[in-house]
Design a protein around this ligand. Structure first.
Ligand SMILES: Cc1cc2nc3c(=O)[nH]c(=O)nc-3n(C[C@H](O)[C@H](O)[C@H](O)COP(=O)(O)O)c2cc1C
Length: 408
């Protein structure tokens, strides 16, 4: 076996070196220059500013602007967040403040990737070009074009209103690349049938990378006392953007689809909370990753665990550098028809860890193939002739590794 030295977390993204692949995405954790400075102090490899607009487009936010989905709901057990919905707009701070802060951040942290996220209207060529010139003059390393905010901004012809139209995406990207002297990345919305279409349009118009995904369009729920949807803004609500662990599978699908078909550098975003989430994004084609909700809940300090964990994973797999595993799992995605039908797998139960809860028996009886029956001591018994290996029992079992599938 090859002995390797400590894994190297540094990575080059669009020609710019980063000390590690972990970035803060454009969101509240990058809401001011000072916050970005603190994150860099803590060790983050890069940051995308909260989306900057022209002063004429300054946002006016509502309160409250967040709602969340947590388990186990309202009980005495501590809650664990699965999804966050926000109806926050782009920055509510003037352009001049941002430009000064970009300069300050770059003066202190030349070795980090600082991306300016920008947004103007879908018909505002002058506005986009003004933002490009000013952010690059201030010293931003790259630009991220926010074509993807799903709430509020689309009503004004901005954000996802651009990203949901490949034609407008291509047009706006062309205006940007006409005047940009730094690399341009386009941030995609998942709220579209085929994410490759706007991504391709942006790349053809001169973007060199794609970031994906922005939030998923959502309504978190309705308060059953007031009957008002949440977040309740003085009796009314609106649809928002969903983020956090719940959207990771949607983001992984988006990233792998773009990586397989368009073969461009990708900054992966969506539900990343741990080093293992980040490793999965890189294995499916991301060069670096961006994180928002996990930092909103746990703070900048998670960077230490992210770095240590990813390094450990790389050493276990003998990957010396990030480049060694970018997209490695893509070749293991295939069309459904290409998946093998043999060997047949059936359920198997670890009698020592079974807690006799009957969940597998009930779900197999009412939603499966009636292959599990309560046996002696209520430990379920598998009828291998009836079991089709669907794995519903593995999913519902509350004990890790108690139910598994084995060759029939
Ligand atoms: C409160 C909030 C505000 C956000 N604001 C922006 C923004 O200004 N620009 C942008 O491109 N994305 C914005 N996002 C989206 C995030 O950058 C990110 O794409 C999304 O939250 C998914 O990542 P996550 O699951 O790690 O949070 C925002 C997200 C949240 C939760």
């Amino acid at each position: 076996m090859k002995i390797i030295k400590a894994a190297d977390l540094s990575v080059n993204f669009c020609g710019i070196d980063m000390p590690n692949p972990f970035m803060l995405s454009s969101a509240p954790p990058t809401g001011t220059g000072n916050m970005i400075l603190q994150a860099f102090e803590a060790g983050w490899g890069g940051a995308v500013t909260k989306t900057i607009g022209l002063d004429k487009d300054l946002a006016s936010n509502v309160t409250p602007r967040l709602a969340s989905l947590s388990f186990p709901g309202r009980t005495d057990e501590p809650k664990k967040l699965y999804g966050l919905e926000n109806i926050e707009l782009i920055t509510d701070r003037p352009l001049a403040s941002w430009l000064k802060e970009i300069e300050e951040i770059k003066a202190k942290f030349a070795d980090r990737l600082l991306v300016a996220s920008i947004m103007a209207g879908g018909n505002d060529r002058e506005g986009w070009q003004d933002l490009v010139r000013r952010c690059q003059d201030a010293g931003a390393d790259m630009l991220e074009l926010n074509f993807s905010c799903p709430h509020g901004m689309p009503e004004k012809g901005m954000g996802a209103a651009i990203g949901q139209s490949p034609e407008i995406t291509g047009q706006v990207t062309a205006w940007v690349t006409e005047v940009s002297s730094i690399p341009v990345m386009a941030k995609m919305t998942p709220n579209i049938t085929d994410i490759r279409e706007p991504a391709r349009a942006a790349l053809e118009a001169g973007a060199v990378a794609i970031s994906a995904i922005n939030t998923v369009a959502s309504i978190m729920g309705v308060d059953l006392n007031t009957l008002n949807p949440v977040p309740d803004v003085n009796g009314k609500s609106t649809h928002g953007g969903y983020s956090g662990p719940a959207i990771k599978p949607i983001a992984l699908k988006a990233v792998s689809t773009i990586a397989s078909d368009l073969k461009c550098p990708i900054s992966g975003i969506g539900g990343i909370e741990t080093w293992s989430d980040a490793a999965e994004f890189i294995l499916l084609g991301s060069t670096n990753v961006q994180i928002c909700t996990a930092v909103m809940f746990h703070g900048f300090r998670i960077i230490e665990e992210l770095e240590d964990g990813l390094r450990g994973f790389m050493e276990d797999h003998q990957f010396e550098k990030i480049d060694d595993f970018i997209g490695v799992s893509l070749s293991k995605l295939a069309d459904h028809n290409a998946l093998v039908r043999e060997p047949r797998m059936v359920s198997s139960i670890d009698k020592d860890t079974c807690v006799k809860c009957d969940l597998c028996v009930v779900s197999c009886r009412d939603a499966g193939y009636q292959a599990l029956k309560p046996g002696e001591d209520r430990i379920p018994v598998v009828d291998k002739d009836l079991c089709t290996g669907c794995s519903l029992c593995v999913q519902v079992c509350p004990v890790w590794d108690c139910m598994k599938l084995v060759a029939a």
